[in-house]
Design a protein around this ligand. Sequence first.
Ligand code: DX5
Ligand code: ZN
Length: 233
Amino acid sequence: MPGSINAKELLQAIKPALSVSIMSADFLNLGKAIVSLEESGVKLLHIDVMDGNFCPSLTVGPSIIRQLKTNMLLDVHLMIQEPLNTLEQYVDAGADMITIQYESTIHSHRTLQTIKERNPNIIRGISLNPGTSYNVLEPLLEEVDMIVLLAVNPGWNGQKYIASTKNKQESIKKLIREKGKDIMTVIDGGVTLENIGQISALKADFVVSGSAVFKGGSIHQNVQIMMDAIRRN
Ligand code: DX5
Ligand code: ZN
């Protein structure tokens, strides 16, 4: 049952690794896409939840997440306004990892604490929009297991990677080191077969990719290219 296994140990064992966003999958054949990812060795399934409010798009919610039958960890990325209002539903739906957007609430600290109260096994993440400075993170470092850098503005797959992500990643890794924290970093958005090498060199623990995995070539081939690049760094 997702949300109860020791996701933290599994993540430590598999990192650096790829998390694949299902937003770019063929939703009419989602089961098939999930099996292809599992057979390609993918361990994290990234679910981009958008509410049409925090960002213009509307994607999936708890009812779909609950139905996802997979041995991959459910890496739920909440791009929703006031996640505290519906948090319980994502915990109950079986999320292994829950990431909230820093900009989506004035109660980021309380929201992160609430995730832990509801299920201490869940990996807690905080994500920053490209326009948000990493300095806001310092008061939250006690309450997170991972920091997600959005390398695109939230709302769509297939966007162009924002190069300033590099500096922010370096600043965050420095902050984590200085504070002596065991916090993972993630780069999400705009990661392609062409730039995966350059992005892997930024030493994030996880890289999220969607459209580049599902378009052109085979899912298996695209995943291998990305995983090889990640492991090479
Ligand atoms: C963007 C999402 C990303 C996106 C990734 O708002 O958080 O996870 O779906 O898709 P690609 O890899 O196509 O940018
Ligand atoms: Zn995402």
